[in-house]
Design a binder for this molecule. Structure first.
Ligand SMILES: *Cc1c(COP(=O)(O)O)cnc(C)c1O
Length: 393
């Protein structure tokens, strides 16, 4: 492929060459089934257990508390459905937020159809839920609080340690979707009082189709796929050994030196945001200015459609993402942007850029120049913009 600028790392990342190298032997050399007792099987089993320890170490857990899944979505589904099933005699109330990933939101909606009651807490203009709002939403029937660690669209980081402390005090199970936060924010599940945590390899330079769910020892986890005895009888199916090995290696690399990586990404992000807001009129930042993922910048441009912007950026060799869900064939504006108070038309004109350490300050300049040019062109064709300018005079 031609040299392109890839700034959609919140959607997925390139598999690290060291991860790929670690995975390769587990396709054609160490291909045994981890459940088998002979040498090939034992070697595969050992590799799975090494990866389990790597995942555990990265989040301050114990190896026995890690369950491998096929994705972050699966980990979210499993955590929430397991809590609902295991605790339904205790209560039927779940607390979450309006800005969760659809893997959480749609799971909660589906549980509502089964008789559970769900509170979708609003967030402030920066996308943060308040700890007081969580506290006030708690009832005698509350069995689960699920709040994402960091938002995938606008990058806002939630007050997870505070919510964890509150959940612990009230004796309520606490799950967090930490898919976007792994490798970007230091996480310690014990210190933060997290009972369950979802993650997925492909968001931090691991392979696609490999995720994990952390479940604190002592928390009942119901089985998700029935069949074989894999994952302590909780998730049947022969392990994705190579994928699991890749996940383990990737999380080890991703959490090696978070402060250094975060400092570099923050520099790219803040330079980008500053330059963009200085260059393009009628643009506004979505999400929290500081409490946000180091690599995430989401900006709304009035009077344009995000899809048009993405298409022209693609033609200029830049891969980014829009806040609206139009790529999936739906014209619904992002639920996250609506939740922080953006109007429909502002939500439609948003651009999410998510940087990686391979990006440079030169990339930032290239993107700002390209976006400024395209936004001007799109606005010059917009009757709304024309009317707006006339009214300004
Ligand atoms: C990407 C993402 C997921 C889904 O992970 P998959 O492995 O793609 O299923 C869940 N939650 C958040 C916040 C995400 O960004």
């Amino acid at each position: 492929m031609e040299k392109r600028i890839y700034v959609d790392n919140a959607a997925t990342t390139k598999t690290d060459s060291r991860v790929l190298e670690a995975m390769l032997p587990y396709f054609a050399e160490v291909y045994g089934n981890p459940s088998s007792i002979y040498a090939e099987g034992r070697a595969a089993k050992a590799a799975v257990e090494t990866a389990r320890a790597q995942v555990a170490t990265a989040i301050g857990a114990e190896a026995g508390e890690i369950y491998f899944t096929g994705s972050g979505s699966e980990a979210d589904n499993w955590a929430i459905r397991s809590a609902a099933k295991a605790l339904k005699d205790k209560g039927n109330h779940i607390i979450t937020t309006a800005v969760e990933h659809h893997a959480v939101l749609h799971t909660c909606q589906s549980l509502e159809k089964e008789g559970f009651e769900v509170t979708y807490l609003p967030v402030d203009a920066f996308g943060r839920v308040s700890v007081d709002a969580v506290k006030n939403a708690i009832k005698d029937t509350t069995i689960l609080i699920t709040v994402m660690f960091a938002n995938n669209e606008i990058g806002t980081i939630m007050p997870i340690a505070e919510i964890g402390a509150l959940a612990k005090e009230k004796g309520i199970l606490f799950h967090t979707d930490a898919v976007q936060a792994i490798g970007m924010v230091p996480i310690n599940v014990k210190e933060m009082h997290i009972d369950m945590l979802s993650l997925t390899g492909h968001k931090f330079h691991g392979p696609k189709g490999s995720g994990a769910l952390y479940v604190r020892k002592g928390v009942k986890l119901t089985s998700f796929i029935t069949g074989g005895a894999q994952e302590k009888n909780r998730r049947a199916g022969t392990e994705n050994v190579a994928g699991i090995v890749g996940l383990g290696k990737a999380i080890e690399l991703a959490t090696e030196d978070i402060p250094k990586k975060a400092a570099y990404l923050t520099k790219l992000r803040d330079t980008y945001i500053q330059k963009m807001l200085d260059t393009v009129p009628y643009a506004q930042l979505n999400g929290h200015p500081e409490e946000r993922l180091p690599g995430n910048a989401n900006i709304s441009f009035s009077f344009i459609e995000g899809e048009g912007l993405l298409l022209f950026l693609d033609m200029k060799g830049i891969s980014a993402s829009s806040g609206s869900a139009c790529t999936s064939g739906s014209l619904d504006p992002s639920h996250v942007l609506l939740a922080i108070g953006r109007k429909h038309e502002e939500a439609h004109g948003s651009l999410r850029v998510s940087f990686d350490t391979e990006n440079t300050l030169e990339d930032v300049d290239t993107i700002v120049t390209a976006v400024a040019e395209i936004v001007e062109r799109l606005r010059s064709m917009s009757p709304l913009y024309e009317t707006f300018l006339k009214e300004q005079k």
